[in-house]
Design a protein around this ligand. Structure first.
Ligand SMILES: O=C(O)[C@H](O)COP(=O)(O)O
Length: 342
């Protein structure tokens, strides 16, 4: 217990001394391993020390070493299969899209398909820089352009320089007309899968309305309830619970098997579809998810290891290097990229 308390104090001290708070929402999260204990922290700037303690989980750290398949070298098909079999670690990057033109105007957007602002473009590029040393084998985006722009712009910054290619499986013809006829070229591509299930929650009759004017008209509390309660939907729209039903089902059915196969995944999606996925990954309760806020263009990193998702960081600092807690495998990946692309 004394060791756990020491780890706890170190962790809180590190959070404050590194200023690890999301500027916009005053939230922070961190996982530290100290003295054989793993400490998870998620807190709001306004939380008291007592409530901070409640958000802490201290558990025995695993000492096992892991490895992911190495996407830098081009191993033979058998070698790839072999290394994936051995692999028990894979990366998951989550990014909420950069600022959209309706974020800028403070309008409820939901499933309306609005592009990024110039600031959103810059946020996506900055996000790409922060994840430029983290392996990506497959990308999932929503069906909405703001998430797709974010994924593509972020990938322009990746050190590995693979080409993200949007998959067109909507019909046999679309599939066949977008076929790549070179195995060599295929190896230099990253498939981008678009799925409506990852779309923003459908905001019903609030879509296109100004958030401030809606609060003035219906009251701040009512609008907050529509925006942040777990199971109360906005008029003719989806509650977070309804959004989670489709987003998490898609994640479990289509994305989770990728980790089991040792693939590293990036998901570019939306405030509420990602909140529901994080609720699932971090096992948040419907009460806890209410205070989870995601800033635009801030990538979060998880590691899938031994069937579990472990949060490794969410950058609030100026660069990825000081923010993500690299595993040995990720550090090795980074070193190989540096050697190869110096
Ligand atoms: O759809 C929207 O308006 C935003 O992307 C998310 O809005 P919220 O923060 O009000 O849920």
């Amino acid at each position: 217990m004394i060791m756990a308390a020491t780890a706890l104090h170190q962790a809180i001290g590190t959070l404050y001394s590194h200023g690890c708070f999301h500027q916009e929402h005053g939230t922070a999260s961190l996982r530290l391993v100290s003295n054989g204990f793993r400490v998870d922290i998620r807190l709001l700037r306004s939380e008291s020390y007592q409530s901070r303690k409640r958000n802490l989980v201290v558990s025995q750290a695993s000492t096992s070493q892991t490895s992911v398949s190495n996407p830098v070298s081009s191993p033979s098909k058998n070698a790839t299969t072999e290394s994936r079999k051995k692999s028990n670690e894979a990366a998951l990057i989550l990014i909420r899209h950069g600022e959209s033109l309706w974020n800028e105007k403070n309008l409820f957007t939901g499933c309306v398909d609005v592009p990024l602002t110039q600031k959103g473009v810059e946020e996506a590029i900055a996000a790409g820089k922060r994840i430029s040393y983290i392996p990506v084998d497959v990308i999932y985006t929503s069906a909405l352009i703001r998430a797709q722009m974010t994924a593509m712009l972020a990938m322009t910054q990746h050190r590995r320089k693979k080409v993200p290619i949007v998959m067109h499986d909507e019909s046999e013809q679309a599939k066949s007309w977008s076929r790549i006829h070179s195995e060599e070229t295929k190896k230099q591509c990253i498939p981008v899968v678009t799925a409506w299930q990852l779309n923003e929650r459908m905001y019903g009759e609030l879509q296109g309305l100004n958030k401030q004017e809606t609060a003035d008209r219906y009251g701040k509390e009512k609008v907050h309830e529509w925006r942040r309660s777990y199971d109360i939907p906005p008029p003719n729209g989806e509650s977070l619970e309804m959004c989670a039903e489709r987003a998490v089902a898609y994640f479990k059915e289509h994305i989770e098997p990728q980790f089991v196969a040792g693939k590293n995944v990036m998901i570019a999606a939306h405030g509420n579809s990602l909140r529901s996925i994080i609720m699932y990954l971090d096992k948040l309760t419907s009460q806890e998810v209410i205070s989870l806020e995601l800033s635009t263009g801030i990538p979060m990193l998880y590691i899938f290891k031994e069937g579990k998702f472990v949060r490794r960081g969410s950058p609030a600092g100026p660069s990825e290097a000081g923010v993500y807690a690299y595993t040995k495998t990720l550090a090795l990946y980074r070193q190989k990229l540096d050697e190869k692309y110096q």
